[in-house]
Design a protein around this ligand. Structure first.
Ligand code: DGJ
Length: 744
């Protein structure tokens, strides 16, 4: 039983083979005091000796008790207004205008398995034995509001998930100004905070800073989780690296405005919180209504950042992603965006399809520009009917032709947006998010539909359904190319305008859910101008995400390395594109572009009809190679070895679960004259197994490969006299090593 309750001492201990999480109910106040989170400790009947108290000059809750200051007590879900001056995990305003709350412990419930969150994405179990859940009910008698804190511990994963829900049992509404998904007070500040920072075309760049006193945070106020910060942070010990040492991860299953914050107080306590960003957020909780926060997934690792990532990968791949495509081999796709942009017609598309099919590519995706009168980004979003000059046979006709040619067909939509001059805009000008009597800013010439309104979501569903229902569509790329400004809904009440951002994202989830329910065989790929919504919330609906509009192989090393902190390779959209690269102008070898893109979903984004015969034959081989290896790449264990943010060399690898196979990618950005010898130390192999590398005759023990490494300098001794004919170094080089167990 991995959740124990010590009745005498009112302590809760969640544990499995690897981790422990401990807290208790405080005497007198009935608040929750945090005791421990980390590596598993033995259960005992009392953990009372873990309580730390000292008399400190401070405000105290109880008279004649100088140790009852909440400022000096580590808490589970701190409130505002009493003796704690740090940022609270929640804040509620009542009908007197007071923000003071007093949620006291009332009861607990332990059950097998895990409940789903209403209308929100979350991790799940398939079998009740996979996890246990503890729900703590707290109650504020003045505002007659319940607070239920939910904790799930997985039996075989180093994972604890948390969420909170508020239920108003009063006759008056209350206003939630802040409701974090998780909050934890760690006993010291000897950590570095790792997070993923970026912008359009340079998403998920790793950033690491030592914690310092005060508040440090990552956040979004943009209506999407955003390019700027991913809803993820990790705290790692100073001596922790990719392979060893302690790290704790926080990842929010949410796609809207969020905050991840660490507040280090003057005593070195680190309060970590994550949830919906309270900035611009208020929720009017009407009588009998429930407010559910998103889920935060906390992972503990004693095997460094790789250990942390591997836990996230496995959980998100198997217990967050859903549906048919969760376990299915993903098709190798070709997308026409960088090949044609808006400039295509049916003939051009079918030529690309034929050439792609001949190369072994499996799915063709028609990107932006197939609808309304869309020839550039200034029109037609919302007119979700075919541009007949480009596609005289419609999507229906085209998709049938593509299928007849032996490929599957995929289609791009940007459901949340509208352009001026469309039927949709003209009929419903009040459906855009904008503030009364104020300018509505545009982004890429487009406006954001008010997805907080059900009728808007209904209408878009109907338009998409009209296209999808009559065509042969196997894949949908759902794009979103601008952030929300002037956040105001023409429909919501004045005192509910703080709900717009959250209701908007609930509308997005609702549309996804409806489409998935009606079309369970369609593979969805989420996209938001690249990776602005590469978050766990999206993965619940779309098992893969277009990681970035930047397709340059060198840039992709950083983007994919960073994304892999949290997201499995099967979710990282990665394509081979043309050179000079459209984002940075760099000329990288075709081989290098593929060698990087293999470590993701893999596909192409170029005009294959323009390739030379030699290039076509190379692409054919790449496609063949990926088909052989994709199962290993998508389901194996991923290790990062050399970090592109720190060096000229990058390496990573995937090992099969039975350790009989592995694939290693090694990349060197700039060539160096007369360079040092390099080795790549491998990870995750069976030390006692013998492996061949790229089918070579020499075999290597796993221990040798992990402790000495692959020796990269070729052995030239037999050609020592051929000085000029040796292989010359070049920039942007990449090598793939395939390891296979050598059976004796
Ligand atoms: C942004 C996406 O990230 C691109 O891949 C492409 O779909 C364009 N939008 C189309 O407008």
């Amino acid at each position: 039983m991995p959740i124990k309750f010590n009745r005498e001492t009112m302590e809760f201990h969640l544990f499995n083979e690897n981790i422990s999480y401990l807290f208790r109910v405080l005497e007198k106040s009935n608040y929750l005091e945090h005791l421990y989170y980390g590596k598993k400790i033995n259960h005992r009947h009392s953990f009372h000796h873990l309580i730390e108290r000292d008399v400190r000059p401070s405000s105290n809750m109880f008279e004649n008790d100088h140790t009852s200051s909440l400022e000096h007590i580590k808490q589970e879900y701190p409130s505002y207004g009493s003796t704690d001056f740090r940022y609270p995990a929640h804040m509620i305003k009542n009908n007197l205008g007071s923000h003071i709350t007093d949620f006291q412990y009332e009861s607990y419930k332990i059950f097998k398995g895990k409940s789903q969150l209403e209308n929100l994405p979350a991790t799940y179990v398939e079998d009740l034995e996979e996890a246990d859940t503890l729900e703590i009910t707290l109650y504020d008698t003045i505002i007659k509001t319940k607070l239920i804190l939910s904790y799930t511990i997985y039996a075989d994963r180093n994972v604890i998930t948390r969420n909170a829900r508020f239920i108003n049992e009063n006759d008056d509404a209350v206003y939630i100004n802040n409701a974090m998904s998780t909050s934890i007070d760690l006993p010291d500040d000897q950590y570095e905070m790792v997070h993923l920072n970026g912008a359009w075309a340079r998403e998920t760049h790793m950033d690491t800073q030592k914690l310092s006193k005060g508040v440090q945070s990552i956040y979004s106020t943009r209506g999407a989780s955003s390019h700027v910060h991913n809803p993820f942070l990790a705290l790692k010990r100073f001596d922790a690296n990719e392979h060893s040492g302690e790290a704790i991860g926080f990842s929010l299953v949410y796609s809207g405005n969020f905050i991840g914050q660490v507040e280090v107080d003057t005593y070195g306590i680190s309060r970590v919180m994550m949830g919906i960003n309270p900035f611009q957020f208020t929720w009017k909780l009407t009588p009998q209504e429930t407010f559910q926060t998103p889920e935060c997934v906390m992972v503990y690792s004693e095997n460094g950042l790789n250990g942390l990532s591997q836990t996230y990968h496995d959980l998100y791949r198997k217990r967050l992603a859903r549906g048919k495509w969760r376990d299915q081999i993903r098709p190798i796709l070709i997308n026409n965006w960088e090949a044609t942009y808006f400039n295509f017609d049916e003939e051009k598309i079918l030529n690309i399809v034929k050439s792609s099919r001949d190369l072994g590519i499996e799915l063709f995706v028609l990107d932006d520009g197939w609808f309304g009168k869309r020839d550039d980004d200034s029109s037609s979003l919302g007119d979700w009917f075919e541009y007949d000059q480009k596609l005289p046979n419609g999507i229906n006709g085209l998709s049938e032709k593509v299928e007849a040619l032996g490929m599957k067909f995929g289609l791009w939509f940007e459901p949340e947006m509208v352009s001026k001059g469309t039927k949709l805009f003209d009929e419903h000008p009040d459906w855009i998010i904008s503030s009364p009597n104020r300018r509505a800013s545009h982004g890429r010439n487009q406006f954001v539909l008010d997805f907080s309104r059900k009728e808007v979501v209904d209408h878009i569903f109907m338009l998409m359904d009209n296209i999808i229902g009559k065509s042969k569509i196997s894949y949908i790329k759902w794009d979103m190319n601008r952030y929300i400004t002037e956040a105001y809904s023409q429909k919501l009440e004045i005192d509910q305008q703080g709900e717009v951002f959250h209701r908007y994202i609930l509308g997005v989830y609702d549309l996804y859910e409806r489409l998935i329910a009606k079309y369970p065989d369609i593979l969805f790929e989420s996209c938001a101008g690249g990776g602005a919504r590469f978050d766990p919330g999206m993965l619940f609906y779309a098992p893969q995400t277009w990681a970035s509009d930047n397709t340059d192989a060198v840039e992709r090393l950083k983007i994919q390395y960073g994304a892999s902190m949290v997201y499995p390779l099967s979710s990282i959209g990665s394509h081979v594109s043309a050179v000079p690269n459209h984002q940075v102008g760099r000329m990288t070898p075709l081989e290098t572009r593929a060698n990087v893109a293999y470590f993701g979903t893999f596909g192409y984004e170029l005009d294959v009809t323009q390739l030379s015969d030699a290039e076509k034959s190379a692409v054919k081989q790449q496609v063949f190679f990926f088909k052989e290896k994709r199962e290993l790449i998508h389901n194996g264990t991923f290790f990062r070895m050399q970090n592109p943010f720190e060096s000229n060399e990058t390496s990573w690898m995937v090992v099969s679960t039975d350790q009989s196979e592995a694939i290693v990618g090694y990349y060197k950005v700039l060539a160096k004259p007369n360079d040092k010898y390099s080795r790549v130390k491998l990870q995750g192999l069976d030390p006692n197994k013998l492996y061949t590398i790229n089918k070579s005759e020499t075999t290597h023990y796993g221990d040798e490969l992990m402790n000495i490494g692959i020796i990269l300098a070729e052995d030239y001794t037999d050609r020592a006299s051929e000085y000029w004919s040796r292989e010359h170094p070049h920039d942007y080089s990449a090598r793939i090593f395939v390891l296979e167990e050598h059976k004796r």
